[in-house]
Design a binder for this molecule. Structure first.
Ligand SMILES: [Zn+2]
Length: 448
């Protein structure tokens, strides 16, 4: 699980300098005693209901006053990280604004009962109130640029919109809440986010505004109910790691191919029927691909051009290799298909009998004509190369399969799989003529 650890930390102040201080020592005692009471709830539930309610209330108000005490402490020690985790806190009071004086880099409220945040949270990036010289100002700006907010394991049902005003926020962890969506407006404002973790929520779709998160490097939204990924994800071109496991995805947008920095793509336990052909655009960066437990039958053509170090594909209904002999009759192509094929052939054709300069002149004339016709250009752009004869086809092709030995194809692979190391890869041929020719290891696909 990426960057998601169970935290059992008590309130702690990194960089705290007043450890000998009487007040701090007393506070430490009261916090730890509070934690121990909250970590043994089973004893409380055995008492009658009214006592239990009272206990929760006491703990909550205790949580609130403990938070206030912690804030007072922080004001003395000026920590860079403020943690107040697993304290059954149901709300954050506006006293949180005083932390702005500390210019904290990280606010960690993991494992409470929070459902909303006070407006004052937006003051955490306010530095106007501080009396700073130029050098300090630059330092603080750097800190503010790296602001981290940890709200994992709370009770948020709606995206805490007030966070949107923390426009310098770079790391936001909201895993294990009850979120049903990601606020589109938040995406528009949080353009400096580099890390976003929304694991273990109930999100069914992402807004198209996700494309505003152009600085995003790590995005994790595992264990949700995502049914599709918006094509705008292709605008997040700085993504290095994308975790989409345990969702309901049936397909991925073609635009995934724009993520040319992506090193890690985790898709296990979805319902993917196929991967987009464009995935091979990220062959230079992609090292780790996990598509285990989906509904894949075949991998895209040129899948072998990826440079994977780690590849998980078990538990997919992959096409099995059980060849039977078959010769197919030549098909009849329509006029549009024939014209497209002929044009592409003429554009690339070189003859041993016709002088090269004549061929070049004719091809140049043809190119000029195509340039002038927008429609012709669009059609010819859709042509694909036959993997056997290397001529181009438009809309009529034969889908075949070849089998890749995973270990031979991805030489640097280091994960050990117990299943077979052979996977099917799509091959597109222009005709049965190519299919029936000897000299290849491509198989047709027989449907039962
Ligand atoms: Zn062909």
């Amino acid at each position: 699980m990426p960057f998601e650890k169970n935290r059992f930390t008590k309130t702690e102040f990194i960089d705290g300098e007043d450890e000998e201080d009487d007040y701090y020592a007393k506070f430490k005692f009261s916090t730890s005693s509070y934690v121990s009471s909250s970590s043994a709830p089973s004893q409380k539930t055995k008492t009658d209901n009214s006592t239990a309610t009272k206990t929760v209330r006491q703990q909550t108000s205790h949580g609130q006053s403990a938070l206030d005490s912690a804030i007072i402490c922080a004001l003395k020690s000026h920590p860079k990280t403020f943690r107040f985790t697993q304290k059954k806190l149901t709300e954050v009071s506006n006293t949180i604004q005083h932390l702005s004086i500390c210019q904290i880099r990280e606010l960690d409220l993991y494992g409470n009962y929070l459902t909303e945040l006070p407006n004052e949270i937006q003051l955490l990036q306010s530095i106007e109130s501080c009396n700073l010289d130029q050098a300090n100002y630059r330092l603080v700006m750097n800190l503010v640029h790296n602001l981290t907010l940890i709200l994992g394991n709370n009770k948020f049902e709606q995206f805490p919109f007030v966070i949107s005003s923390l426009t310098k926020l770079s790391k936001l962890l909201l895993y294990r809440n009850n979120l049903k969506d990601l606020s589109p407006k938040a995406c528009v404002y949080l353009t400096n986010l580099r890390i976003l973790n929304l694991n273990y929520n109930f999100i069914t779709q992402l807004p198209i505004e996700i494309g505003y998160l152009k600085q995003l490097e790590i995005f994790s939204i595992e264990h949700n109910q995502l049914q599709e990924l918006p094509r705008e994800i292709g605008s997040c071109t700085k993504l290095l790691e994308l975790y989409l496991g345990y969702n309901q995805l049936k397909k991925l947008p073609l635009e995934i191919g724009y993520l040319t920095e992506l090193q890690r793509l985790i898709l296990h336990r979805n319902r993917l029927l196929e991967l987009p052909e464009s995935i091979t655009n990220i062959k230079h960066s992609l090292k780790h691909l996990d598509v285990a437990a989906n509904e894949l039958r075949i991998f895209p053509s040129k899948f072998h051009s990826l440079n994977l170090n780690e590849f998980h594909y078990e538990n997919n209904p992959l096409l099995v290799r059980a060849p039977i002999h078959s010769v197919q009759e030549q098909e009849i192509l329509n006029l549009k298909e024939l014209c497209a094929r002929q044009t592409m052939r003429e554009l690339r054709y070189t003859s041993s009998t016709v002088p090269a300069n004549e061929t070049y002149a004719r091809q140049q004339k043809l190119r000029d004509e195509i340039q002038q016709s927008k429609r012709a250009k669009e059609i010819l752009m859709q042509c694909t190369e036959c993997q056997f004869c290397h001529n181009y086809f438009l809309n009529t092709w034969l889908e075949c399969v070849e089998y890749l030995d995973v270990r031979k194809t991805f030489k640097n692979i280091h994960n050990s799989t117990t299943t077979a190391n052979i996977v099917p890869q799509r091959v597109l041929l222009c005709s049965y003529e190519c299919f029936n020719s000897p000299g290849h290891e491509y198989f047709g696909v027989a449907f039962p």
